[in-house]
Ligand binder design. Structure first.
Ligand code: NAP
Ligand code: MG
Length: 493
């Protein structure tokens, strides 16, 4: 990574074939600090011609470059070196991530540590990709080779920028793929800074390319390109659907990590303090800009009024502030667009339910896309605020009578990314776990995510899994090899 500090009005081109490359149109777009609303960088706006260049580089690197014959061991070593570079530069990357997203610095530091862990994990896994020998008749031998899928287009959102890049790049590189990463237009900076170390760790040119630009232009061109073998996408369900439709024309492999409206279920017998904390943490961490946010808080009727009251009391303590302040627990939303979107849900929520706390822009901030942590209660699960992903600091609290009601309400959603259940009764806990239609279910916690365990959704939360061996699997093809051991001719004609 370069030693220069590139956080002040830096201009970033595309990173293609190992070089910073000017975009065809010469058009740039601004990148903001959402806490000050100031421009902090200018970034190339790419079009079809730029994507063409990136695909050419990634294709050549995959088909005939040195990467094609780089051993699994050496790919693993490169991944370990990437992790080391991340750790060496963690303070600077965390600060940049913090400034660009508005998330609290303490959370950004966790993210960057997770980025390094992700590269380490897949560095280790690179050498553990095994084929099989298949039990065919005795006069033959059949085995499988696991081979990289090819050129992977990777489109990521703005909520965990470098971490989402790591979740996609690390398994792809472990598998031997080459990559074209399209960061979110709002938050490309950490991924671009990361590119400065690629040559130093021994990544050949063209193996990882980064294309800046808008989803509708750069992203769409990547999805449609016949030279791209696979698209890995994290973002909204609406864009996920567009991607599946467009990818159908070239029949590329697609994996989708979409949003959710995840239920966080609290029974009377759960630990009280842990529950109140867990309800708040589940929905307000990262300003609520989390795909697995526990945005529907289902509470057993017996404890419902006290629960809403205790959540409200504790929510008063959530410290909004400057992202770089270590005391800050909640920063601004990522962009004006997201601020407006969430604000419109706050207005809708005031019509659809009761407000326990929040619902407005906090008065103390003159600038920045800040919104109060908001708790709506007496929410009906048919209300729009209970059905649509808001992606901001907005909780909806819904009462339920019996265990069966909790399960029914929890599953009554188009989504199925995550869920959590809080109880001390292990029979009940596991009955509920088995009944929930979601890709991740926590018991007596919400949000911890480990690279060793799979991540992904049921239903309209997408398909495919990231992390763990499941994440690597998505970047592998299976080739069956049949060897005839019988020297006699087929003797058919
Ligand atoms: P988004 O529009 O789905 O964007 C995600 C990524 O897809 C971005 O890189 C985006 O580019 C790109 N993209 C947009 N349109 C595209 C197209 N037609 N073809 C290819 N790529 C395209 O999400 P967003 O605008 O960042 O946020 C909107 C909503 O998405 C949020 O409110 C939330 O509901 C959801 N979201 C979910 C997650 C998650 O982790 N599941 C994360 C973030 C957001 P641009 O940067 O130019 O838009
Ligand atoms: Mg967008």
């Amino acid at each position: 990574m370069s030693s220069s500090t590139k956080t002040e009005f830096q201009t970033y081109d595309n990173f293609i074939n190992g070089e910073w490359t000017k975009n065809a149109s010469g058009e740039m777009f601004p990148v903001y600090d959402p806490s000050t609303e100031e421009v902090i960088a200018q970034v190339a706006s790419s079009n079809q011609a730029d994507v063409e260049k990136a695909v050419k580089a990634a294709r050549a690197a995959f088909d005939s470059g040195p990467w094609a014959t780089t051993s699994a061991q050496d790919r693993g070593r490169i991944l370990f070196k990437l992790a080391e570079k991340i750790r060496q530069n963690s303070a600077r990357l965390a600060e940049l991530e913090c400034r660009n997203t508005g998330k609290p610095i303490v959370e950004a530091e966790y993210d960057i540590a997770d980025v390094a862990t992700c590269f380490e994990y897949y560095g280790g896994l690179a050498t553990k990709v095994l084929g099989s020998v298949n039990p065919v008749p005795a006069n033959a031998l059949s085995f499988t080779l696991r081979e990289p899928v090819g050129v992977a287009g990777q489109i990521i959102p703005w909520n965990y920028p470098l971490l989402m890049a790591a979740w996609k790049l690390a398994p792809a590189l472990a598998a031997g793929c080459t990559c074209i990463l399209k960061p979110a237009e709002q938050t490309p900076l950490t991924a671009l800074e990361f590119a400065n170390c690629f040559a130093e760790v021994g990544l050949p040119p063209g193996v990882v390319n980064i294309i800046n630009g808008l989803g509708e232009t750069a992203g769409a061109a990547l999805v449609a390109h016949p030279g791209v073998d696979k698209i890995a996408f994290t973002g909204s369900a609406a864009v996920g659907k567009l991607i599946v439709k467009s990818a159908a024309d070239t029949l590329k492999r697609v994996t989708l990590e979409l949003g959710g409206k995840s239920p966080n279920i609290f029974f009377t017998d759960a630990d009280w303090e842990a529950s109140i904390d867990g309800a708040l943490f589940g929905v307000f961490i990262n300003q609520g800009e989390v795909c697995s946010a526990g945005s529907r808080i289902l509470v057993e009727k017996k404890i419902y009024p006290q629960f809403v009251e205790a959540m409200t009391e504790k929510a008063k303590r959530i410290k909004l502030g400057a992202p770089l302040d270590r005391e800050t627990k909640m920063g601004p939303l990522v962009s004006k667009e997201q601020y407006d979107r969430v604000s419109s849900y706050l207005e809708l929520g005031k019509k659809e339910a009761k407000v326990a706390i929040g619902g407005n822009r906090p008065r103390e901030f003159g600038k920045g896309f800040y919104l109060e942590p908001t708790i709506f209660y007496d929410v009906d699960n048919t209300a729009r605020i209970a059905r649509e992903e808001i992606f901001g600091p907005v909780a909806t609290v819904i009462p339920f009578e019996a265990e069966s009601d909790a399960i029914r309400i929890a599953n009554d959603t188009l989504y199925g990314l995550a869920a959590a259940v809080w109880t001390r009764d292990i029979y009940k806990a596991f009955r509920v776990v088995k009944s929930l239609r979601a890709g991740i279910v926590w018991v007596n916690h919400m949000q911890p995510t480990y690279v060793e365990a799979p991540w992904g959704g049921y239903k309209q939360s997408g398909f495919g899994r990231e992390l763990g061996p499941w994440g690597l699997e998505e970047y592998l093809e299976t080739k069956q090899v049949f060897v005839n051991l019988d020297e006699a001719p087929i003797n058919w004609y």
